[in-house]
Design a protein around this ligand. Structure first.
Ligand code: MTE
Length: 337
């Protein structure tokens, strides 16, 4: 008989604090003022990171547009998968949705208003490369076909801040199975939209647009790799990378690519956006490792958004028991950046 041993990051349901109890707004607001140094600005300028002292802004209002409706809205909230509960409070939505990295809309954290310009319907994802047959699928069709669930995940940015988020979506494995890759497919490469008209950041020609990220096929088919279409029980707000983004909780946040339009199966390891800009600082693997500092950020601890707390960072962001085996034999690789 199959017996599932609870993992360190899984709490029994009775031990999890309901959101209504732990959301103390004043404390959360106080904690919002954390260092807001941008990954890319620093990568390019080489300046030392300072504290942004960011103020909480009101949630962005959706821009009026005549885009087709989201035909998946009826599915939310997705069924929570109770294997994925956390040892920490869920980050307040007002904070998580106004403190974002989405360089397409600016190299700072307050992009939520500008991101509303992105039209997320119609939205198609092209699947190509080492697959039995290339195809394109619309986001509504995709969400309808996939096994939907909600998971509570930790999220750790290389800038040494973290949050805890209820993502809605489906496993990347379910997507890979649908795509039917060939045995020659060793990597999964993902690409964000390119539209300089709506995304002012993409007019900054010195960045290698579009944003690209990648995983090995073993990482992509690991149960923790999650394709996200919603958060906080609703369809994904645009600033989070609607309508489709990735969440790989044991890696630094820059691996979790937003607003995906293309998924390619490749034989060759893809070069990601940040790796192309600054390979000495950002690599392909980017597994969270508290023992190895980034040139500007110690990775030993992390500022928990909205709490004012700084806590120790765990290897693989606390998911080591699940994923460490993926890296056996790869000790020669720079796995931590
Ligand atoms: N994806 C795209 N397309 N563009 C980006 O600028 N930023 C990355 C990642 N995915 C980014 C992206 C970084 S650096 C982080 S920390 C996370 O998105 C931030 O996700 P969040 O805004 O939902 O917290």
């Amino acid at each position: 008989m199959f017996y599932k041993r609870p993992r360190r990051w899984e709490l029994k349901e009775r031990d999890a604090t309901p959101e209504s109890v732990f959301l103390n707004r004043r404390r959360l607001l106080a904690g919002a003022a954390v260092g807001a140094t941008a990954v890319g600005t620093i990568a390019l300028s080489g300046r030392l990171g300072g504290s942004g002292g960011a103020k909480l802004m009101p949630p962005a209002e959706a821009a009026a547009d005549d885009a087709p409706p989201d035909l998946t809205a009826q599915y939310y909230p997705f069924e929570p998968n109770d294997r994925f509960v956390l040892d920490r409070e869920i980050t307040d939505e007002a904070i998580a949705s106004t403190y974002n990295n989405f360089y397409e809309f600016g190299s700072h954290k307050r992009i939520s208003r500008e991101a509303q310009a992105l039209q997320i319907r119609p939205w198609e994802i092209k699947v190509d490369g080492e697959v039995e047959q290339e195809f394109t699928i619309g986001i509504d069709d995709l969400v309808k076909r996939m096994p939907r669930e909600e998971r509570l995940y930790r999220f750790r940015c290389v800038e040494a801040w973290s949050m805890a988020v209820p993502w809605s979506g489906f496993t990347l494995k379910a997507f890979v199975d649908m795509a039917r890759p060939l045995s020659s497919a060793k990597y999964v490469r993902m690409e964000t939209f390119l539209n300089r008209k709506v995304a002012s950041g993409q007019r900054q020609f010195w960045y290698p647009w579009p944003y690209v990220e990648g995983l090995t096929i073993e990482e992509a088919t690991h149960d923790l790799s999650f394709m996200v279409t919603g958060v906080y029980g609703k369809p994904l707000a645009k600033q989070f990378g609607a309508p489709l983004r990735l969440a790989v909780p044991w890696k630094y946040g820059f691996k979790s690519i937003k607003s995906i339009v293309r998924i390619s199966f490749t034989e060759k390891r893809p070069v990601s956006f940040w790796e192309e800009i600054q390979p000495a600082e950002y690599g392909f693997w980017a597994n969270v490792n508290p023992d190895v500092a980034h040139p500007r950020w110690s990775q030993a601890t992390e500022q928990v958004l909205g709490t004012g707390e700084r806590v120790p960072t765990l290897p693989y962001n606390g998911y080591g028991e699940e994923v460490a085996h993926l890296y056996a034999g790869l000790e020669g690789e720079t796995l931590y950046r």
